[in-house]
Ligand binder design. Structure first.
Ligand SMILES: Cc1ncc(COP(=O)(O)O)c(C=O)c1O
Length: 420
């Protein structure tokens, strides 16, 4: 009996190999342990806004919860919320989206799962940018597909474009998942690029899953939605980032007309419904007063981004493409190290600054990149950079505690291991 239970409970080793952990979680756990031991850690690794959920949204949630009637909603979500999302597309993007195509989900994560669960065939390839958001390849593998990581760089703003898709498209290719602005680079694909991607995928019958979770958090030209260019696109978005509601677990998918019936069945089976109180709270998210508050927050993120863009190069970090959105800077640390993972650990252990190593975002030059998240106040970011500046001589010598070698950011010949 016990043996049978053990067999049932033992994890599928294949799946364990296929699903990668978030390396940053180890780092975060260590940061928490350091904090428990009394250390003051500057957090620049966290991919969620430091601002609390806006009060109007919280109050709407509390008012609903106080009635105690927290029951399932229809699988596709509350009609009022789906209608509010449809209005949002009309106002922000000038795109008419029928409410029937909108599915409210548990976060963008639920929306990506819903879309890929309905789209992927066994062995089908999905093209993904490298660097990119680490859950995509894991979802694709989980659902029996093959992630095809395509290196992207400065030339294309760290985004996929039609030419890259052409070069990497194979007979097994089924579609593309991309995020603009991107995690981890914060860079965006412009309207012309999105139009060409839409045309390429129409011509090849490929699906297009456009993750627009960082829309709203942009610092130049507004982000364009895939829905402006294609009726076949699957768009996912979320209340997590721009709306500041990470823990409420609420997002949405806009699916093509032909996918509505399948999406409905999948939503019923996968989730039953997204959290009801979160949906009720989110109804307040689109009010003009709340949007004004979100605009204040966006401006604060912009100030922080500009600060890091100004200061990081002086510490030896390269930023070849200034990010236009999200709250990340994917900094090139090749002048400091050939092992960004090790550098991230040393910065945490020795300077008490937490930064996410490139290893979390793919294979392409990951050893030369760190992702700075500006999800901390300007004061904390300033303190973080002060510590990195102090730590820099240690990086240069490879020593553990030495402070006596002045840091020279223009020196090309050093790395974290102290090797010339
Ligand atoms: C690009 C991207 N997509 C999706 C998600 C998941 O977000 P959610 O909280 O809406 O599930 C994240 C979270 O960091 C992300 O960066």
């Amino acid at each position: 009996m016990l043996e049978t239970l053990l067999t049932i409970n033992s994890p599928d080793m294949n799946l364990l190999d296929k699903i990668q952990p978030f390396y940053v979680m180890q780092l975060l756990n260590r940061a928490k342990a350091l904090e428990q031991a009394g250390a003051d850690v500057v957090h620049m690794e966290i991919g969620e806004p430091d601002f609390p959920t806006p009060p109007l949204v919280v109050n709407a949630g509390i008012e609903f919860l106080s009635k105690g009637e927290v029951k399932y909603t229809p699988a596709a979500g509350l009609s009022a919320l789906r209608e509010a999302i449809a209005r949002f597309y009309a106002e922000r993007y000038n795109v008419e989206v029928p409410v029937s195509r909108i599915f409210v989900t548990p976060g963008a994560s639920g929306a990506v799962l819903l879309a890929l669960a309905g789209l992927l065939e066994r062995g089908g390839e999905v093209l993904l940018s490298d660097p990119g958001y680490p859950c995509y390849p894991n979802f694709v593998r989980l659902l029996g597909g093959e992630p095809r990581l395509v290196p992207v760089g400065v030339e294309t703003n760290f985004q996929l474009d039609a030419e890259i898709l052409r070069r990497h498209w194979t007979a097994k290719a089924q579609g593309v998942v991309m995020a603009s602005p991107s995690n981890p680079t914060g860079t965006m694909a412009d309207g012309a690029t999105l139009r060409e991607i839409a045309e390429f995928l129409d011509a090849h019958g490929g699906f297009w899953l456009s993750d627009e979770i960082y829309h709203g958090l942009v610092y130049g030209e507004p982000a364009r939605s895939a829905l402006e260019f294609s009726d076949r696109a699957f768009v996912v978005n979320s209340f997590s980032k721009y709306f500041g509601m990470t823990g409420w677990r609420l997002g949405w998918a806009v699916v093509p007309e032909a996918f509505i019936v399948l999406a409905e069945r999948l939503a019923q089976n996968l989730f039953l419904s997204a959290p009801t109180h979160s949906q009720m709270a989110a109804l307040a998210a689109f009010s003009p007063d709340n949007l004004a508050e979100l605009e204040r927050r966006r401006r604060e993120f912009e100030t922080r981004r500009d600060f890091l863009l100004r200061e990081l190069p002086g510490l030896g970090f390269g930023i070849p493409v200034p990010p236009q959105g999200a709250f990340y800077i994917y900094a090139d640390c090749s002048r400091l190290t050939d092992d960004s993972f090790k550098l991230a650990w040393r910065l945490l252990e020795e300077a008490h600054v937490a930064i996410t190593p490139g290893k979390d975002f793919g294979l392409n030059e990951q050893q030369h990149h760190l992702r700075f998240a500006y999800t901390a106040s300007l004061g904390r970011l300033t303190e973080g950079l002060r510590r990195i500046r102090e730590f820099a001589p240690v990086i240069k010598t490879g020593a553990s505690q030495s402070q006596d070698v002045p840091f020279q950011p223009d020196d090309q010949n050093f790395n974290i291991l102290g090797e010339a």
